[in-house]
Design a protein around this ligand. Structure first.
Ligand SMILES: Nc1nc2c(ncn2[C@@H]2O[C@H](COP(=O)(O)OP(=O)(O)OP(=O)(O)O)[C@@H](O)[C@H]2O)c(=O)[nH]1
Ligand SMILES: [Mg+2]
Length: 320
């Protein structure tokens, strides 16, 4: 299961306490209580592994290390270690307490989300001519602590959409080294899969059905993964009796999720053309052309048509 939307509590470490201590040597009885160490910071860091949010599936509470308390002999406590949690690039980090939103877009990019607490000062710090035996020290301060939503919005260049069994996963596999599950039944793909075609990232999505925006089938939450893609590949099966209706159902669901999806450049593919007669293919392409001029017929077992798909991808890559 791809974990792509989680709520977690992230905290910096607490500051270590300052200490009250005195020199026990005869004739030199000044204060020697050391300061505590500051708490470690909690930091998120981008990595390319899209499954990295998995670590938050069961563990929802993370805290950086606390600072150590000072020693009675003038030594400061050790600083708490920072806690660096890896999240996939494309993770939108929302601080639910402050409303701050930040997106991690690059591998290695770090975002400090909760500062460690301040250290407490020991009594050595409070010495003064008027007060040579201060009994005062401070406790360390608690680290910052907030609730966050971590939401993965994959940064794919091309998103594959269509009804179940339109051939999305088959196309991804034919174009890239991906092994997205293919099956002769609806909803074979349960979660988004990515494949790389040279520099382009292609996202294979679960099938959409009419009413997906109201939760039918697998719902439409995964469409968030194509909110960032520049290009939509819309697959319609040549086996359908009404290709325009199939097309309109998907457009309706895209619109219900986010009308901006309709403004993206869309390439339509009439898939599985090997399953029907060539007259049928021509007729269905003509019908689809009335709703979108960018239509071609393909089959994953027909090399000529796969070359056309690759040419389209190469043109997209060239514009990148
Ligand atoms: N003959 C033929 N069969 C195809 C072609 N493309 C896909 N299929 C078959 O169609 C069925 C569905 O293919 P998938 O790639 O799993 O379809 P999908 O759109 O990913 O389906 P979901 O994941 O359920 O949404 C499988 O049995 C495939 O083998 C094609 O070009 N020609
Ligand atoms: Mg699939």
């Amino acid at each position: 299961m791809l974990v792509d939307d989680v709520e977690v509590r992230l905290s910096g470490g607490d500051g270590g306490h300052g200490i009250v201590g005195f020199n026990k040597t005869k004739g030199n009885t000044g204060p020697t209580g050391g300061n505590g160490g500051p708490g470690g910071d909690l930091i998120l860091e981008g990595i390319s592994d899209i499954s990295a949010l998995q670590q938050f599936r069961f563990n929802k509470v993370f805290k950086a290390e606390n600072g150590r308390q000072g020693t009675a002999r003038l030594l400061d406590g050790r600083r708490g270690e920072d806690l660096i949690l890896k999240v996939p690039t494309g993770t939108v980090v929302t601080n639910l307490d402050t409303g701050d939103v930040h997106e991690i877009t690059k591998v290695g990019e770090q975002l400090l989300v909760a500062h460690g607490g301040y250290r407490g000062r020991g009594n050595f710090h409070f010495r003064a001519a008027s007060n040579t035996t201060p009994l005062e020290s401070e406790d360390g301060k608690a680290g910052e602590s907030f609730n966050f939503r971590l939401e993965l919005k994959m940064i794919a260049d091309v998103g594959l959409v269509g009804l179940p069994s339109a051939g999305k996963s088959s196309l991804l596999n034919a174009l890239t080294g991906a092994h997205s599950k293919v099956g002769a039944y609806a909803f074979t793909t349960l979660e988004p899969h990515l494949g790389a075609y040279y520099g382009l990232i292609i996202a294979d999505l679960p099938g959409l059905i009419e009413g997906a925006s109201e939760g039918k089938g697998l719902g439409d939450k995964f469409l968030r993964h194509i909110e960032r893609t520049r290009e939509i590949f819309h697959l319609v099966s040549a086996e359908s009796d009404d290709v325009v209706r199939d097309y309109e159902i998907i457009r309706g669901e895209l619109k219900a999720f986010n009308p901006e999806l309709l403004t993206k450049h869309e390439q339509v593919f009439l898939t599985k053309m090997d399953m029907v007669t060539s007259e049928d293919v021509a007729e269905k392409v003509a019908q689809l052309k009335k709703v979108n001029k960018n239509v071609i017929a393909i089959s994953v077992i027909d090399d000529e048509s796969m070359k056309k798909v690759k040419a389209i991808l190469n043109a997209i890559a060239a514009k990148k």
